[in-house]
Design a protein around this ligand. Structure first.
Ligand code: ATR
Length: 279
């Protein structure tokens, strides 16, 4: 019988997960289909119950349900528990198990560009849900130093206090991070600033950036934010949010099927869908 997978969120109409995963199901000759399900907050628990009743094989969770879904699952992987958010559920013989592949998707995408994080100083901009997944995963992966700059300092301090993995971190105001920018080998932007339609905004001035810094923005609409344009102008290497999106999907697909799909192909499908070229 054909297996059914899906993604839930609100809104969900523009999700690229269905085209990306359906292409992989076809490519690896798996009898399965992936759908986008529009689920409102108040219907979340019923949706999970319904998914169980119809033996949904697995699903992704996107905004705004990544934390709210946790009490409705049977088991949660320790890293997802620490991050406090689930983006992937596997149906393991009737038990729904929650994972977080957002942080590991980011890490795998980054490893393609930076093979070793030894002696690297990282600056994380933002302290919301996405920053939390990336911060905890990078700390879990053994990155030594990660400073966090955020508009609201309390939120960054909360992340540092609650990180279960050892990492050296300072909490900085954006202006202070701008002053000491030349310290950082790796700068990762996780706020919503610069996202379509406010494409002329950047969260930080990059004038003092190190020449050979690597700069990543998890946004992919637009494909190149003002922040990434500024970084390029200063000679930095850059990565937009497409690789992270493809890798989080690939790692979810691997949990569902045991196959790690071709992430280059997944990225090009998403790019084609967004009407762009690789950055
Ligand atoms: P997500 O789950 O996508 O990370 P979030 O949890 O709402 O979203 O976090 C959004 C991040 O973008 C936060 O770091 C937020 O800063 P605050 O903690 O100060 O709220 C940041 N952000 C969003 N809009 C911002 C703005 N206009 N100026 C500065 N920071 C902003």
């Amino acid at each position: 019988m054909k297996k059914i997978y899906g993604v839930i969120g609100d809104p969900i109409a523009h999700s690229m997960s269905p085209i990306m995963h359906n292409d992989s199901f076809q490519r690896y000759d798996i009898n399965a289909e992936f759908f986008a399900f529009h689920v409102k907050k108040e219907a979340l628990q019923d949706a999970v119950k319904g998914f169980k009743a119809i033996h949904l094989a697995g699903f992704n969770i996107t905004v705004p349900h990544k934390t709210a879904i946790m009490p409705f699952l049977d088991e949660i992987d320790p890293l997802a528990q620490a991050i406090g958010a689930v983006n992937t559920v596997v149906n393991d013989d009737g038990r729904f198990i929650g994972y977080n592949t957002d942080g590991s998707g980011f890490l795998e995408a980054l490893k393609k560009e930076i093979p070793s994080f030894d002696n690297k100083n990282m600056l994380l901009i933002g302290a919301g849900g996405a920053a939390r997944a990336i911060y905890f995963t990078m700390a879990h992966a053994g990155v030594q130093s990660i400073d966090i700059a955020n508009r609201t300092l309390d939120k960054a301090e909360y992340l540092v206090k609650n990180c279960p993995y050892p990492v050296d971190s300072a909490v900085l105001r954006i202006e202070d991070a701008e002053e000491k920018l030349s310290k950082y080998d790796l700068i990762v932007q996780t706020t919503s600033i610069g996202m379509h339609p406010e494409i002329n905004r950047s969260p930080i001035c990059l004038d003092r950036i190190k020449k050979d810094a690597f700069v990543s923005d998890i946004i992919y609409t637009p494909l190149e934010t003002k922040f990434l344009q500024d970084a390029k102008r200063h000679g930095a290497r850059t990565q937009n949010g497409i690789p992270m999106f493809a890798y989080q999907g690939a790692l979810a697909f691997e949990k569902w099927t045991g196959i790690l799909p071709d992430t280059e192909r997944m990225q090009s499908i998403v790019l084609k869908h967004l009407g762009g070229k690789s950055c």
